[in-house]
Each structure stands twice: as C-alpha cells, then as structure tokens.
Design a protein around this ligand. Structure first.
Ligand code: HEM
Length: 526
C-alpha cells in the first residue's frame, strides 16, 4: 500500500503553503514538534482513508472540538479592559485596606462590562441591566467589586435569583426571545413580585440603554462594610461615576444600532482605548453608621433600596482609568472570574440576604464554568501579590506547594507559610441573635416609595421614556391578565404614569387606590 503524507490538492504537487522563511516563529504541535504540512491529513494513497498515525491532525482536531466552555449562566455577553485604580483621598480612619491608606496608591485592575439576560452572541443595545465588575489586584490580594449600572436589584433574597433569571431568559419551550425583557414569562414573574418595582422603574428608564460603557455609572448595590485597623466598622455603598458623564440612546436608536452593529458597545470601548481616549471613572463611597441606617423607614440590608445621595453625599476616594485592551478575549474576558466574596482586609460583608447568596453562588458556578478548582491559576485570575498556601492537585494544578510540607501546623524548619494574626483577614465580629426563620423582615416591606422617588426625580422627557418603554414592553405580552397585573402596580408609583400606560395599552381605566396595600381595580379593554 502506498502511504503518503503529501499534498493531495490537485495541481499543487507535494508542496505545502508555508510562509517564506521570514524569521518568524516555526509552527509546532502543542508538544513542540515542528510541523511540516498544515494543509493535508496523512492518507493511505492519494485518495485513500485517513490514518490514525497522523498525530498532528488528531491533536489539532481534538483541541478544536474542546474549544467551548459553558457561557456564564448570567452576564454571558461581556467585554473587558485593563487599567489601574488610584486612591485620591485616603481613608485609613474608615478602612484598614492598604489600597485606601494613602493618596497615590495605585493597583492594576481588570474591568468587565456585560448585559445580564442575553446569551454570548446577543446584541449590545438590549434593554437590560449592565454588569460593571472590577477586579483590583491589590498588595493584599484580589478585591472584586461586582456591581451593576443600576444601584438597586430586582429581588431582596438570593432565593429568588434563579426564578428571576429563568423568567428573564428565553422561554424554555420556544427558546426566545434572546435578548430583551419583552415577553410573558418575564412580566408574569415581575408582576407577581412587588419588590421588583423600584428596579423596574430603572430598567424601563434610559439607564437600561446606555450609549456606551464609557457613559455608565456603576454601583456595588449592597451595603458593604469597611473595617478600620481598630476593628471598627462603617457601612458603605460603592459608586462609580463616569468622567465622561451619563448618556443613553433612545429606544428607536437602540433598535437600529442592534441591527446595524450588534457589537456597538464593545467596538466603542476597543476604539476608545486604541485611540488613547482612555475612559475614566471616579470611585465614591457613601459611608454611614447604625444610627443613620436606623433613621430610614427601609432597611439598608434590602438591595431593592438605595441611600439617597442628598441624605448621604458620595465622597470621591479614587479614580479608575482603563488604558489597555485585552490581548486575547477568551483568555482574559471570558476566563475572568469575579466573586463578591473576594475581599481584602478592611472590606467586609453585611447580612444583606442577596449578598450572602451571591457569596455562595460565584465560586460555585466558576468551578463548573472554568473546569475545576484551580481557576485562580489562570493569569487573569491570579493575584499579583505573593501567594502561598497548601492547596494542591486537582485538574490543571500549576502552583503545588514546593518541598515536603503541605500541611500546617508542621515542625519543619522550612515549613512553608504561616497565618498572620496581625495582618491577616479578620471577619468583623458582628453580634448575632435570634431564632432561625424563613420569613422576610417587616423592614423589607415597602416596595413602592423608592420606585416613586425615582420616577418623580426624572425629567418630563425621561418620564415619557419610562411610560413608552412600559407600553412597548407590555404590548408584547400576549396574556392580558399579566398586562393587567403589571399595570395594577403603577398607581402605587404614580397616578399619571398608570394612566398613560393604561391608555397606551387600551385599558378603559386604571383606578388609583387610596390604600396602597389594596390592589387597584382595573377595567380590561373590551
Ligand atoms: C455574574 C452582578 C446578583 C449570580 C455577574 C456579573 C456581574 C454580576 C457584574 C458578571 C461578572 C463578570 O463580568 O464575569 C450582580 C449584581 C447583583 C447580582 C450587581 C445584585 C445586586 C446575583 C445573585 C446571584 C448571582 C443574587 C445568585 C445568587 C451570578 C452568577 C454569575 C453572575 C452565577 C456568573 C458568574 C460566572 O460565571 O463567572 N453578576 N449579580 N448574581 N452572577 Fe450576579
């Protein structure tokens, strides 16, 4: 039999299409073996079957077959960039975090912006919340501020998160819509969740169709803690304020842009950084204590509420500049793993039930998404400070402990790393009391006041956009009862808004209830 590893393309003899020898790198297999022919499979004879012996072909195809990893279960579509964060106002009185200890301290950051509901291939201008996740590579380890461009959230308790996302994603039988909220399942769920009304006002507003990532605010959403060197804690809300200002597009523009250039936002960031027009944000904090928190009628542990900036001004403490594009979208933007539980000494958690659920969720999902427990060894996720621990083995282990000691305590002279009671992370010693229960506290009960506050804070034009968005979205809902149930929430927020949306949907009347606890009555179109 004639076994030949030769070019089988007619008329091209045995030559391969290699570049001329220009001093560039030589093509090899993943094992480093130089490749002679990257065009043809090894075959038995000129028109014969392919041979298993062709290790180059086998390796190339096997690797290609395994290129995909699961897309993120939410925030699948995202775009990232590198940059730095610099402290401009030191706050050592508030936090022991080294980063915030002195003006001028600088650390590298990686930031990923995203939409929430759409798949990896969905268009950029969907009406949706935008993720705003920042990884700070500090001297004391990685701190992730995993926020959104809207300061509040749809649900109060992480228990509801899977339901929210199931309802927002494509409907399971038909597999659409891909990238927008306008469908029955979403509005069915939302209309049954009064706690979502504040966030719904934001998502129906211009905030949910930003002009680009560069014109968006960012928010840590939850109340976090800052803990100083004496162990004293303050509550803190984190804010990113874009130096370029806040800008959105109109819905009609969004629809056109999605058709003409579904990559509009990622192209904008890529082009801006490439042309030296580096986007910049201020980092601000709202800092308050228990007495201040107790003075509100709502609970600061409730993520559907914000702390009004008039009551607690945002203090700017630093700035972030994004000045470097990624080298490789998959290696960096896709493989980056943010987690709310990645904190550094001086930053801590509160009992916000949404935050506590998130603290569990991110690590859990990333073990699956990134194929095992060693994803911190991937360069984009690895800390850039010294790192020593006794974790070992597992798939893709790159940093196994060196030497004999892989446990602690040990009596060996070169026994490896030891815990540091002075500089190590200390959890805030929070007093805890009460019986275990499965019941939302009373302090989480008001779902409309801040929705109303947000709506009335908008200009007339912006209010018109909210009404238009509600009419457009709800007009896509096929089930009349869902439209009715949703519109029935609106009189609790604003009578004019309720009337306008009711009119827009062809309802005869939407009554305004005297008692907000009473569900308003509404006439359906005949
Ligand atoms: C991903 C923000 C609530 C689970 C993300 C990302 C952001 C984000 C920005 C994308 C991170 C990236 O770019 O890689 C938020 C905010 C929330 C919230 C601001 C509420 C205030 C929740 C809750 C859960 C959750 C309640 C679950 C209990 C997830 C998961 C991912 C994710 C599983 C995918 C992570 C990955 O695959 O790497 N979230 N989220 N999120 N979030 Fe949230």
């Amino acid at each position: 039999r004639d076994v030949a590893s030769r070019d089988r393309n007619p008329g091209q003899g045995g030559e391969t299409h290699q570049h001329p020898d220009d001093g560039g790198p030589r093509l090899t297999t993943a094992q480093g073996v130089p490749v002679a022919d990257n065009q043809n499979t090894l075959t038995a004879g000129p028109r014969g079957p392919a041979l298993l012996e062709d290790f180059h072909f086998r390796e190339k195809i096997f690797h290609f077959d395994h290129e995909r990893i699961p897309e993120r279960v939410v925030h699948a579509r995202g775009y990232g960039a590198h940059g730095y964060f610099e402290t401009t106002d030191a706050i050592p009185d508030l936090t022991a975090a080294h980063l915030f200890g002195a003006v001028g301290r600088r650390v590298p950051v990686f930031t990923r912006f995203s939409t929430v509901a759409g798949s990896k291939g969905s268009p950029d201008l969907a009406r949706d919340v935008r993720g705003f996740a920042v990884k700070f590579y500090t001297e004391e380890g990685n701190w992730d501020l995993v926020g959104n461009n809207i300061p509040v959230f749809f649900v109060q308790d992480a228990m509801k998160f899977p339901d929210l996302i199931h309802a927002a994603k494509p409907e399971p039988d038909r597999g659409f819509p891909q990238a927008q909220t306008a469908h029955d399942n979403f509005w069915d769920f939302i209309s049954l969740m009064p706690e979502a009304m504040h966030m719904i006002m934001w998502t129906m507003s211009d905030r949910a169709i930003p002009r680009s990532f560069r014109f968006m605010e960012g928010f840590g959403v939850h109340t976090f803690r800052m803990i100083n060197a004496d162990g004293n804690s303050s509550y803190v809300k984190f804010h990113w304020k874009p130096k370029a200002g806040l800008q959105s597009v109109l819905w009609d523009e969004a629809v056109k842009i999605n058709g003409a250039d579904p990559d509009f936002h990622r192209r904008d960031l890529w082009d801006a950084i490439g042309s030296g027009d580096f986007p910049e944000w201020d980092l601000g904090v709202q800092v308050f204590d228990d007495a201040f928190a107790d003075a509100f009628g709502f609970d600061v542990l409730d993520s559907t509420k914000l702390i009004p900036e008039e009551d607690c001004p945002v203090r700017i403490i630093g700035r972030m500049v994004l000045d470097r594009r990624v080298d490789n979208m998959f290696a960096e933007t896709e493989q980056v793993a943010f987690c709310t539980q990645n904190v550094v000494p001086g930053i801590g958690f509160t009992n916000d039930p949404l935050l506590q659920g998130r603290n569990f969720s991110y690590l859990d999902t990333q073990i699956k998404r990134l194929g095992g427990p060693n994803f911190t060894h991937i360069p984009i996720n690895a800390p850039r400070c010294p790192m020593h621990h006794f974790q070992q083995d597992g798939h893709m282990a790159m940093h196994n402990p060196k030497g004999r000691a892989n446990y602690e305590p040990n009596g060996w002279a070169q026994g490896g790393p030891r815990a540091d009671p002075k500089a190590g992370y200390r959890h805030f010693a929070q007093p805890v009391e009460g019986e275990s229960r499965k019941l939302r506290p009373e302090s989480f009960a008001d779902h409309y006041s801040q929705a109303r506050q947000f709506y009335v804070s908008q200009t007339k034009i912006e209010q018109g956009h909210i009404a238009d968005a509600l009419i457009f979205e709800l007009s896509k809902v096929e089930t009349l009862a869902i439209r009715e149930r949703m519109v029935a929430h609106l009189p609790h927020i604003d009578a004019d808004l309720a009337r306008t949306v009711g009119d827009g949907l062809g309802f005869d009347a939407v009554s305004t209830p005297h008692d907000p606890a009473v569900t308003p009555v509404m006439d359906l179109p005949s």
